[in-house]
Design a binder for this molecule. Structure first.
Ligand code: ATP
Ligand code: MG
Length: 359
């Protein structure tokens, strides 16, 4: 069986370091591993419209932002196929058929949807499109017969839902669809990176982000203003590392070699944490260390982005070609789906010959 990746992001804003550690970085690694037959990366504009129906301009403007972030992060259009969801209408058609395989109560139980309904203050006015987006996500994944979906932890319920739809479809009609596996980060913190306010997960919709496209100065300011331990007033005070954003991000970004390079008086993150907890280690010092580490990782991304920003017509071409390739693949699956569901009338010789008796 072919190994195929499908994953993507909603064009609701520029991509941030939560996307990067949660999914984007892994995609680049998987792309370079050479282990995959096909890699599809989708800009999920149709999904973004499910909770931004009144703001089509926001979605439209962010298509290019997300595409630039992809290229900046190291996705290589020679190796991956980047496309725009709405340009592949087969995905919408698949969703309509999958809707028959899912109950309302099953969708209501989806913890990510539940949580997002609260976050977006939908209360009882939940758009039907939003409520059913796990089904549309199942279409995106299965249309490409994806085996592997690299995502952050919040997406696990979506993958589970997709797997259920696959099983139900294959059982009811015929073995057409492939059950996908989620790939989530090994590092606990990266599964759901919190925002710089230390609260919920970093999310475009919550405005608590460090963006991949932030300048060195913006990054420095965000790090220097980070929430640490409110009771750590004097350097000599013992500090708390629980809920301390600087330490949370150090857990996500710090590697052993960073100490020799930027903070040679400590030999490990554990030693740094231990000193902070004991007292005698100031916030400015740990913030400067975090900034140095993050800038080392983000500077090449920032530079590549500046290069791609000069080549916008080429990026448009990448998206256009990518969408054509994606549509072709999705159309093949859709035709197998329709055949299995017995709605391929004109392509079915038996039906054409004797539509009253064909089964
Ligand atoms: P929105 O608020 O519009 O939903 P978002 O910031 O949650 O935006 P998505 O486009 O929904 O971003 O998510 C894209 C991918 O990035 C998903 O795989 C998701 O799991 C992952 N991701 C998003 N935020 C984080 C985070 N803070 N930590 C780890 N992974 C994340
Ligand atoms: Mg999201």
């Amino acid at each position: 069986m072919q190994k195929i990746i499908l994953t993507g992001d909603r064009p609701t804003g520029r991509l941030h370091i939560g996307h990067y550690v949660g999914s984007l970085k892994r995609r680049v690694e998987l792309q370079n591993s050479g282990e995959f037959d096909k890699i599809y990366i989708m800009i999920a504009d149709a999904q973004a419209l499910t909770d931004n129906a009144d703001h089509p301009e926001k979605v439209r403007q962010n298509i290019m932002q997300v595409a630039l972030d992809y290229l900046a992060a190291g996705l290589d259009p020679e190796k991956v196929n980047i496309f725009i969801q709405s340009q592949v209408p087969e995905l919408t058609e698949l969703s309509f058929y999958y809707m028959n395989l899912v109950t309302v109560s099953r969708l209501q139980r989806n913890p990510t949807v539940k949580n997002e309904i609260i976050m977006r203050n939908f209360e009882t006015s939940i758009p039907v499109g939003f409520f059913t987006y796990p089904i549309s996500q199942a279409s995106d994944i299965t249309a490409f017969k994806a085996t592997t979906v690299p995502v952050g932890e919040d997406q696990l319920p979506m993958i589970e839902q997709a797997r259920e739809i696959v099983r139900k479809f294959n059982q009811t009609y015929a073995e057409v669809l492939v059950e996908p596996e989620a790939v989530i980060p090994d590092n606990e913190i990266c599964k759901r990176l919190p925002g710089i306010d230390g609260g919920a997960k970093m999310s475009k919709s919550l405005g608590n982000c460090i963006y991949l496209a932030d300048s060195a100065e913006e990054l420095r300011q965000k790090v220097m203003n980070m929430y640490t331990d409110p009771n750590h007033i004097r350097v000599t005070d013992p500090g708390n590392i629980e809920g301390n954003v600087v330490f949370i991000y150090l857990d996500a970004f710090c590697k052993p070699e960073h100490f020799a390079k930027y903070l040679p008086e400590y030999e490990s993150l554990d030693a740094l944490k231990e000193h902070y907890q004991r007292g005698g280690l100031g916030d400015v010092k740990i913030k400067k260390f975090l900034y140095a580490i993050m800038d080392e990782e983000l500077a090449p991304i920032r530079e590549r982005r500046q290069e791609w920003e000069k080549r916008i017509p080429e990026v448009i071409e990448i998206l256009k070609k990518g969408s054509i390739v994606a549509e072709k693949a999705a159309a093949e699956t859709l035709s197998e789906v329709k055949k299995a569901m017995k709605i391929d009338y004109f392509a079915d010789e038996e039906w054409v010959r004797d539509p009253l008796n064909a089964v």
